[in-house]
Every structure is written in structure tokens, then in C-alpha cells.
Design a protein around this ligand. Structure first.
Ligand code: SAM
Length: 261
């Protein structure tokens, strides 16, 4: 069946997005690698390198799913760990590192918790899994040094609410970063990409996850997401300063960022 996108009301949209991620939670990580031919790993690395994580930071990763971004943040903090005379002080700071992974879908979070156990992440209490909606966060005002959302904002019902919540929970000086599938502007590459996403993605979705509709829906949602410039202006409208974006692979994905001043 087709979802008949034009007629989808808000409740249906929320439910469908829920269904999509419930049905794909266990296969989610494999599908990511397949669909992006492994590139999502590099894109997430880039996102985290822009964030500049530091020991002791309070960070919120929204729509954090199975923990990919959060794990990278912790890895990055471990890498920058300073081993000089102030190592003990740095260790104290690090002990206070808190990376919150917030997602609306408990199945995704459960897969994430399992992965964290396997990889040995968060044994020190630095990883906190929170079930919640990006549009109405339970975190306090001015409480986070950083906010990331990777491949999450495209599927929410009200993008504006997500952005204003991001702005609310960030401390002054805190950084908002969003990684999202975006719009390709380069002729020919655009046609190729359209062909890939409209034919290959639903096909692989059917083959591997046994769920063509869900992947068809995801492809449609990429088309309906605002183009780079428009999304940048929405971020600015939410109160962020120094809004900018970087296209990766010609705009297949974009990383938008903004600063709360
Ligand atoms: N950030 C992860 C990554 O890049 O691997 C997961 C991305 S996955 C494509 C999208 C996630 O957004 C899903 O885990 C889904 O449950 C979550 N999600 C959808 N709507 C949400 C909402 N309103 N609030 C919080 N999470 C939401």
C-alpha cells in the first residue's frame, strides 16, 4: 500500500514514523551501511569533529537511535584526554561527562544500550538513555553544552518545535548541529541520485528488511524536507546565531550548525 502522503494527518505521520523505526530497529545498523554504502560513518565522524567534544561536557543527542553519534562523542573525548600533570583533574572532569541519548522509540534505545554494553561505552555512567520527544524535551533550560540530531529532524511533525526546544536546552555558547539527508543541486548527479533513492532504496528495503513501504516513505520524506537555505533560515528563526551549513557529497547530506548566544 502507498501512504498517500498528501493526505497524511499529523497523528498518522507520528504513528507511521514510529512503525518505521519499530520495524527496522534490529536491522537499522545494517540497513544504514547498505543504503549509504558505509558513508554514514564518515558523515557522523564529520558531525562529531565539528562539535569538538570535551571532557566534562553535557551533551544531548536527539533522535539518537542506536547510539552511533553518542559513541563517537565518547570516543572523541577519550582521544583528547590529556595525560600530563593535570591528568587527575582531567579525570575528575571526565567523570562528569554526560551524553544523553534521547529517542522517541524504546526499541531503538534498547538496541543502543545493548551495543553500548558490547562496546564497553558508558560503564562510568557517562551515557544516559532517555525516551522522549524532540518536540517537547524534558531537559532544563540552559543545561547542555551541545546538541546534535542526526537523520532525525526530517521525520518529526513540527521542525520549528524541535529547533526551539534545542535552543531552550542549550547553554549560552552551546552549539546546535544537525546532520540530515538534504538536496543535491548538481545536474546529472541529481538525476543519478534520484534514480538511486527512488528505485534502489525501496528495493533494498524490501529485500533486506522485508519492508518496502517504510523505505519508500523515508525516500519521500527526503524530498519534502526543506532545502539547505530554507532550513538554515528556520534555524536562525529559532534564535540561533552564526547559522551555517556544509554540504557533503554534493548535498546528499548537509550539516547545519548554529550557536546560542
Ligand atoms: N541518530 C541515529 C543515527 O544517525 O544513526 C538514528 C537516526 S534514525 C534515522 C531516526 C530516529 O529518530 C529514530 O530512532 C526515531 O525513533 C527517532 N525519532 C523520530 N521522531 C522522533 C521524535 N519526535 N523525537 C525523538 N526521536 C524521534
Amino acid at each position: 500500500t502507498s501512504f498517500g502522503f498528501k493526505h497524511v494527518n499529523e497523528q498518522d505521520k507520528a504513528r507511521m514514523v514510529g512503525d518505521v523505526f519499530t520495524s527496522v530497529a534490529s536491522k537499522y545498523d545494517v540497513m544504514n551501511d547498505l543504503m549509504s554504502v558505509g558513508l554514514h560513518r564518515l558523515w557522523k565522524d564529520r558531525l562529531v569533529s565539528k562539535l569538538n567534544p570535551f571532557p566534562g561536557m553535557k551533551h544531548l543527542d536527539v533522535a539518537g537511535g542506536t547510539g552511533d553519534v553518542a559513541f563517537r562523542i565518547l570516543e572523541s573525548i577519550n582521544r583528547v584526554k590529556y595525560r600530563g600533570p593535570r591528568a587527575a583533574f582531567e579525570d575528575t572532569l571526565e567523570a562528569e561527562t554526560r551524553i544523553y541519548v534521547c529517542d522517541i522509540n524504546p526499541n531503538m534505545l534498547n538496541v543502543g544500550k545493548q551495543r553500548a554494553l558490547e562496546k564497553g561505552f558508558g560503564e562510568d555512567g557517562s551515557l544516559i538513555w532517555v525516551e522522549g520527544n524532540a518536540e517537547s524535551l524534558t531537559f532544563q533550560n540552559d543545561s547542555m553544552d551541545g546538541y546534535t540530531i542526526a537523520f532525525g529532524i526530517r521525520n518529526v511533525t513540527h521542525i520549528e518545535k524541535v529547533l526551539s526546544e534545542a535552543h531552550r536546552v542549550l547553554k549560552p555558547g552551546g552549539r546546535f548541529l544537525c546532520l540530515e539527508l538534504s538536496h543535491v543541486g548538481i545536474p546529472l548527479f541529481k538525476e543519478l541520485y534520484d534514480c538511486y533513492s527512488f528505485s534502489v532504496i525501496p528495493f533494498v528495503g524490501e529485500l533486506v528488511a522485508g519492508d518496502r513501504d517504510s523505505y519508500q516513505y523515508l525516500v519521500e520524506s527526503i524530498r519534502r524536507f526543506p532545502p539547505q537555505e530554507k532550513f538554515a533560515s528556520m534555524i536562525a528563526d529559532a534564535g540561533f546565531q552564526r547559522v551555517e551549513y556544509e554540504n557533503l557529497v554534493g548535498g546528499v547530506v548537509a550539516i547545519h550548525s548554529g550557536l546560542k548566544i
